[in-house]
Design a protein around this ligand. Structure first.
Ligand code: ATP
Ligand code: MG
Length: 506
């Protein structure tokens, strides 16, 4: 059963033949730290665990094998069924260790979860991401030492040869690589040789189903995805009143079995979706709160968003900025937070497209290019001390949604038809038919970021490039150089970029 936070939410870990490994743990994620130093076989391990409560269950060892897991698994019952009867309830890392015994590296093909794993078995290091890489994992390796972390900033300055198979290089961090989604990277610690195993790929084929079968498939998968993430907790669902988050809230109410769940909506003084979110909260009888943030306060968190998400992608940062602010203001105590994030990627909701070939082109493109954007990173909520999880990117939900033929995604004149129809009995009719409004639009984030640059003198034609330059500057400072985001003068960064832009125009 899930509890408030997973046993570990992040880590920095090294396996080396050298007993004097120097690590510099730097995390945007809040949490207690536990340091473990021990020998496994001929390897010396140095681990810094980041956790909310007790970290038991995040580290399992036997003989010359150790498994470290940040995050959580959602199909524990299925996984337990693969093990001998005597295998009692234990942490997710124990489960992975036991599965490694039977299945070797293929154990990772069995997991449905939100995790990053660092394991050592004899002279091999095994690094693994979940199917969608929702917990980013970074690595540096050189013969004799492998170092991995759930935040790239912790690896700044560690030396690595770079160019590892199954990874991509990181901007402004030489030698640091990010593991791809759905990958196990096997590294020979002594010699440095690598082997890559792919554990998941987005489905490319499409299923043709009768309407009722398709809606049942989606509802059942989503119901399981929400239930696995809700556990015994009273969850908090961040809602906009859009169909995606409203569906999650409705299923969380069902999973909570009579307990009242919390919902939270955020808006700025210029834009909000409070009436739409309020309608859903009322309908579901949740304990609902609204948070109003000034546009200035919203923009002031740009450095924090880059610090947490470790990306320079303009679209992604504009989606994540309002959520960063929301998470920072959510609650004093650590919460398990469910979101409706990510439904539009397999359903093509962002594209507002009715032509089936164009909708399928958009879905196929988005599913082929999500990797490395870090939009699901748990660090975003961890800067506020929370753990976020996204049922739409549960492995079974994502498989089901992606694989439906486009005519089930757009049907009878409605986008996201299959989801809307699946949830029609759970939500008020205006919510079920409400057109999509992106979080960056509903909060006015894109408009506010644009206005910040235009007011500083950036010509409208150069806006997008200027935004990218701002994010690159922020990345270099708060990720690569380790500055705290509170120390960054955003106005100064913007002025410098604007100065360069106006020079390049004149
Ligand atoms: P739709 O895509 O139909 O608008 P949605 O609003 O639920 O549905 P997105 O707009 O894609 O989904 O937003 C992504 C997620 O971010 C939401 O599902 C929700 O969990 C969270 N979110 C978005 N806007 C807000 C908001 N104003 N307050 C709280 N959470 C929000
Ligand atoms: Mg929305």
């Amino acid at each position: 059963m899930t509890t408030t936070l997973p046993a570990a939410t992040g880590f920095l870990a090294a396996a080396s033949q050298d007993t004097e490994i120097a690590l510099r743990p730097t995390f945007a994620a809040q949490g207690s730290r536990t340091v473990v130093r021990e020998n496994r076989g001929r390897q010396h391990l140095h681990i810094v665990l980041l956790h909310g409560a007790a970290p038991d269950g995040s580290l399992a060892r036997r003989g010359d094998t150790a498994v470290l897991l940040a995050g959580e698994l959602y199909n524990q019952a299925d996984l337990h069924s693969l093990l001998p009867d005597g295998f009692g309830a234990s942490g997710d890392a124990d489960l992975v260790l036991a599965l490694l015994d039977s299945y070797g590296v293929h154990a990772f093909r069995l997991l449905n979860g939100r995790f990053a794993v660092f394991a050592v078995a004899g002279n091999r290091a095994l690094l693994a991401t979940d199917h969608a890489g929702t917990v980013p994992l970074y690595v540096t390796a050189r013969p004799g030492q492998v170092t991995a972390a759930t935040e790239a900033k912790s690896l700044a300055g560690t030396s690595g040869t770079g160019g590892l198979a199954g990874t991509r290089p990181m901007y402004a961090l030489p030698g640091v690589c990010q593991l791809k989604a759905g990958v196990v990277l096997e590294i020979d610690i002594v010699g440095g040789m690598t082997d890559v195993h792919h554990t998941w790929k987005p489905p490319l084929g499409r299923r043709i189903l009768p309407e009722a079968d398709a809606t049942d498939l989606v509802r059942d998968a989503l119901r399981r995805g929400v239930r696995a993430r809700t556990g015994t907790d009273t969850p908090l669902v961040v809602i906009s009143g859009g169909i995606d988050s409203s569906s999650i809230a409705a299923l969380a109410v069902e999973a909570a079995d009579g307990r009242t769940i919390d919902t939270l909506a955020m808006g700025t003084e210029r834009h909000n979706e409070f009436p739409e979110a309020g309608l859903v909260a009322n309908h579901l009888s949740t304990r609902h709160r609204e948070i109003v943030v000034s546009t200035a306060d919203l923009l002031a968190r740009l450095p924090h968003t880059v610090w947490a998400a470790e990306t320079t992608n303009v679209d992604i940062v504009e989606y994540l900025l309002p959520l960063t602010v929301l998470y920072l203001r959510a609650d004093e105590t650590s919460r398990r937070i469910l979101t409706g994030y990510g439904a539009d990627i397999p359903l093509g909701g962002m594209h507002r497209e009715g032509r089936l070939h164009a909708l399928e082109t958009a879905v196929s493109h988005d599913m082929a290019t999500f990797d490395g954007l870090n939009e699901m990173t748990p660090v975003l909520s961890a800067v506020g001390g929370h753990w976020s999880t996204h049922p739409f990117w549960d492995r079974e939900v994502l498989d089901a949604l992606t694989s439906l033929e486009a005519g089930l995604k757009h049907r009878h004149g409605r986008d996201k038809w299959v989801l809307r129809t699946a949830m029609a009995d759970f939500l008020p009719h205006p919510t079920v038919i409400r057109p999509k409004l992106g979080v960056h639009e509903g909060s006015g984030t894109t408009a506010a970021f644009s206005a910040l640059l235009v007011d500083a003198g950036v010509p409208a034609s150069h806006l997008r490039h200027a935004k990218h330059l701002v994010l690159q500057t922020l990345f270099r400072r708060v990720v690569a150089n380790g500055e705290h985001p509170d120390a960054v003068d955003l106005a100064d960064v913007v002025d410098k970029v604007a100065g360069r832009q106006s020079q390049s125009v004149s």
